[in-house]
Design a protein around this ligand. Structure first.
Ligand SMILES: Cc1cc2nc3c(=O)[nH]c(=O)nc-3n(C[C@H](O)[C@H](O)[C@H](O)COP(=O)(O)OP(=O)(O)OC[C@H]3O[C@@H](n4cnc5c(N)ncnc54)[C@H](O)[C@@H]3O)c2cc1C
Length: 441
């Protein structure tokens, strides 16, 4: 019997009954097992921490699950250079904690940090809250080791910052969602830990676009700005009702879009003064209507808890439809208004929550409950039918997996998809690795 938790990812959707669960403890045994699967033409479902929301890690009928959870050793840590090589099953939070003890930071940060794995982060090219400053996972990965479908092992992971010797197989595997190879080791480029990190919550004045506030913060804070997260009022209200430990927000936040910003720097005095100066200008110019400036680390964490309540909000509207759109911040407000109007005209008894990593143009929405396929289709149409009028992608950070497969043609051309299929066929001719994810062959 395979434990129920291996049968789906965070979205909760099941796609069928797998045949077996394999948890190799070494790359050698993994490679031998995969070689046999390839010889038999047996399909394999790759699993990291199963916090993905695109259905990529969820096994289908007749698939063999390959879990990476037993590959979790640190291979090397160059404390001088700030480069760590870990096995792909290591949990993100564990790597973050380990390097921070030595004055280094892995700037990738997601709400799922306690469960997602470094291999899953690489396979999905994870984004998160600090992309505005540090880029996404792709920018932090120097190299990977991976087992290809036929059991051959490519690697060891590159650890050099500059290495132009041939094609970058690493960058091909990052974001390939388990369809081209099993990532077994990852070399990560770290940054020195910033001594000070301060957060603030801003109520955006009704007449101001999110993009205008973003521009002001980028100009005002420059390189110090490390996060810019937007939440529409319904999201903030739902988050506050979930988190008993978060104090109420001032009245100025009622009915307003809220933006959580974070700034980093070398000195508490300097960064505190910059924060105060820029925010008072924004207030005086009526760009923000109210501000919460935490007076302690605990207060700052409470502000982040509002943004990170998405898990609880989703739980209350399951089964929900999740959206991971990418668009310029200048289109956010018009898109959300149009989407809301479309949703309202469906007449469905649903709740919708809009939020996102606005600093890098990533707009999320969770909408539900969608108890039937018809309701889900109606909700998806309300948003996706708007896309041609906007400059969008259907997935900014979660990946295509199974759920966004039918949407791929809205974000990529037929020539793009044809090239992707040619690469897949070259590396996995029997289509055993995560078949039916990203596209059908
Ligand atoms: C509360 C919450 C907050 C989140 N916030 C963010 C966010 O801010 N930004 C963001 O980008 N995502 C976010 N996510 C989504 C998710 O956490 C990320 O996609 C994460 O990178 C997935 O890692 P995982 O180890 O759980 O992978 P899984 O879910 O197990 O797998 C994801 C995909 O990668 C493949 N895969 C996994 N491991 C490997 C491997 N070793 N080799 C090859 N392929 C592999 C799987 O087959 C699957 O296709 C969030 C999820 C939750 C639940």
């Amino acid at each position: 019997m395979i434990d129920e938790r291996y049968l789906h990812d965070w979205s909760g959707t099941r796609y069928g009954q797998p045949l077996s669960l394999e948890k190799p403890g070494s790359v050698t045994s993994l490679a031998q097992w995969l070689k046999r699967c390839n010889e038999d033409g047996s399909p394999v479902a790759l699993q990291g921490g199963r916090t993905g929301v695109s259905g990529g890690a969820a096994p289908g009928d007749g698939e063999h699950i390959l879990s990476l959870e037993n590959l979790r050793e640190v291979i090397s840590f160059d404390r001088q250079a700030g480069v760590i090589v870990v096995e792909s099953g290591m949990i993100l939070a564990d790597v973050q904690a380990l390097v921070e003890e030595e004055g280094w930071t892995l700037p990738l940060d997601l709400g799922s940090r306690g469960s997602c794995q470094i291999g899953g982060n690489a396979a999905t090219n994870a984004g998160g809250c600090r992309v505005i400053k540090y880029g996404n996972m792709r920018n932090m990965v120097l190299g990977v080791e991976a087992v290809l479908a036929d059991g051959s092992v490519i690697g060891p992971p590159n650890v050099l910052v500059k290495n132009n010797a041939g094609y970058s197989l690493t960058q091909l595997l990052v974001g390939s969602e388990g369809t081209l190879g099993v990532i077994t080791k990852v070399a990560l480029r770290l940054v020195p830990t910033p001594p000070v990190r301060l957060a603030a919550l801003l109520a955006v004045a009704p007449q101001i676009g999110v993009d205008e506030l973003l521009r002001c913060c980028r100009v005002g804070f420059g390189e110090s700005l490390s996060a810019f997260e937007v939440m529409w009022p319904e999201y903030v209200e739902a988050a506050l009702s979930e988190k008993a430990d978060v104090r109420r927000l001032p009245e100025g936040f009622d009915g307003m879009r809220a933006v959580l910003i974070e700034v980093e720097g070398q000195s508490e005095t300097a960064i505190g003064a910059q924060l105060e100066e820029v925010l008072s200008q924004l207030y005086d110019k009526n760009i923000v209507r109210d501000i919460v400036l935490p007076s302690s680390i605990k207060d700052g964490q409470a502000l982040w808890a509002i943004r990170e309540s998405v898990g609880e909000i989703q739980r209350d509207i399951r089964p929900y439809a999740g959206f991971d759109l990418g668009m310029p911040a200048s289109q956010y407000d018009a898109f959300v208004t149009a989407a809301r109007s479309n949703l309202e005209s469906t007449g469905l008894p649903i709740k919708s929550y809009f939020f996102g990593h606005a600093g890098d143009g990533n707009l999320h929405a969770v909408i539900g409950p969608c108890p039937t396929d018809d309701v889900r289709a109606c909700v998806e149409a309300a948003l996706y039918d708007l896309l041609p009028a906007y400059t969008t992608t259907v997935t900014a950070e979660h990946g295509v997996g199974r759920k966004k497969k039918s949407m791929l043609g809205r974000a990529r051309t037929q020539a793009d998809i044809g090239a992707m299929i040619a690469i897949k066929r070259a590396l996995d001719p029997k289509n055993i690795l995560n078949p039916g994810r990203i596209f059908d062959l």
